[in-house]
Ligand binder design. Structure first.
Ligand SMILES: Nc1ncnc2c1ncn2[C@@H]1O[C@H](COP(=O)(O)OP(=O)(O)OP(=O)(O)O)[C@@H](O)[C@H]1O
Ligand SMILES: [Mg+2]
Length: 310
């Protein structure tokens, strides 16, 4: 039995088709990452799975429960962490935990032990008395996660659980996710960070409400068509000039460099150098590189939008 299964899942808000006919099947014990541009429908999709929104069409099964028939029952099986702040800033760490324990109807006799477990898991024990609003961003995310674990959910739906926190806290949060996954939790999360998507067992690309790709990041990288040449450029260059290069599929900024994706086997580094010189493009270095997941993501999105130069 899969942990999550949706068929033809669709949600329409007025004129906006936020989620369009998504079929997704997530095996138990997997960590799945959803990526996609702003407004692609990721949050709406998670809210549908969590039983917080009713779909316009389609079916959803989460941990064996038909969500549309039993939206309340599913809440006992999932931990849902919304994208927006879900804590009470003027309550302490302890009080926030108590609030969520009551929400999840944790019996009083079990509460103390579970609270200690969660404080230790999230490394928040020394801060129990601190107001949530006075915690760092990373600690707030850890607390929000802990608050949703009282009932040891089988499926975690985490909407951008690491957005806006520093790299060290991001790493720590991922360690917590790995721990939960080791204990058997299936995790579906959204992330704007490509390095995080690459850590997932499977990654889904959501674009304009559709699930365009669902694949392991390794396979996506292996199967990326075309070759990537990285240009380390001297100054701002005229993108239109680049566009006239024969065989060029996409160009996108990559940190301080530009990545050019050429049709496979079309160009060598020397040729790109010559072409750049011919077009008066000042470059410091040209090198063929192995694609990263970020390259795959940009290429896929550009393929969809059909725009060769952003
Ligand atoms: N309650 C709502 N009423 C009307 N439109 C909505 C509602 N919720 C979402 N939308 C619209 O649905 C689309 C998808 O939004 P959603 O928040 O799911 O995207 P997202 O992928 O999570 O974006 P982001 O990366 O910015 O978080 C957007 O066009 C949004 O404006
Ligand atoms: Mg969102």
């Amino acid at each position: 039995m899969s942990a999550i299964k949706t068929e033809n899942l669709t949600k329409i808000f007025g004129h906006v088709e936020a989620v369009k006919s998504i079929d997704l099947e997530v095996e138990k014990g997997q960590i799945v990452g959803l990526v996609g541009p702003d407004g692609a429908g990721k949050t709406t999709f998670l809210r549908l799975l969590a039983g917080l929104l009713m779909p316009s069409e389609g079916s959803i099964i989460v941990d064996g429960i038909e969500v549309i028939k039993a939206p309340l029952r599913v809440k006992q099986r999932i931990g849902y962490m919304p994208q927006q702040f879900s804590l009470y800033g003027d309550l302490t760490v302890s009080e926030n935990l108590k609030f969520f324990a009551d929400l999840y109807r944790v019996p009083e006799r079990k509460y103390g032990e579970r609270k200690e477990e969660l404080l230790s898991f999230s490394q928040l024990a020394p801060f129990q008395g601190r107001l949530a609003r006075n915690l760092s961003g990373g600690m707030q995310k850890k607390l929000a996660l802990a608050c949703n674990l009282f009932h040891s959910p089988a499926v975690l739906l985490l909407d951008e659980p690491t957005t806006g926190v520093d790299p060290v806290s991001r790493k720590e949060l991922w360690q917590l996710l790995y721990q939960l996954n080791d204990q058997g939790a299936t995790i579906l999360l959204t992330t704007p960070y490509m390095d995080e998507a690459q850590k997932c067992h499977q990654v889904g690309l959501v674009y304009e409400g559709r699930l365009l790709i669902y694949q392991s990041p390794q396979r996506l990288i292996e199967e990326m068509p075309g070759e990537i040449i990285e240009l380390i450029i001297e100054k701002d260059i005229d993108r239109e000039m680049l566009q006239s290069m024969p065989g060029l599929k996409y160009v996108y900024p990559f940190g301080e460099t530009l990545h050019l994706v050429f049709i496979e086997g079309k160009h060598g580094e020397q040729e790109v150098r010559k072409l750049s010189e011919k077009h008066g493009i000042g470059i410091k270095r040209v090198q063929r590189i192995r694609p990263s997941f970020e390259d795959v993501f940009f290429s896929l999105v550009q393929e969809q939008t059909g725009a060769p130069v952003p």
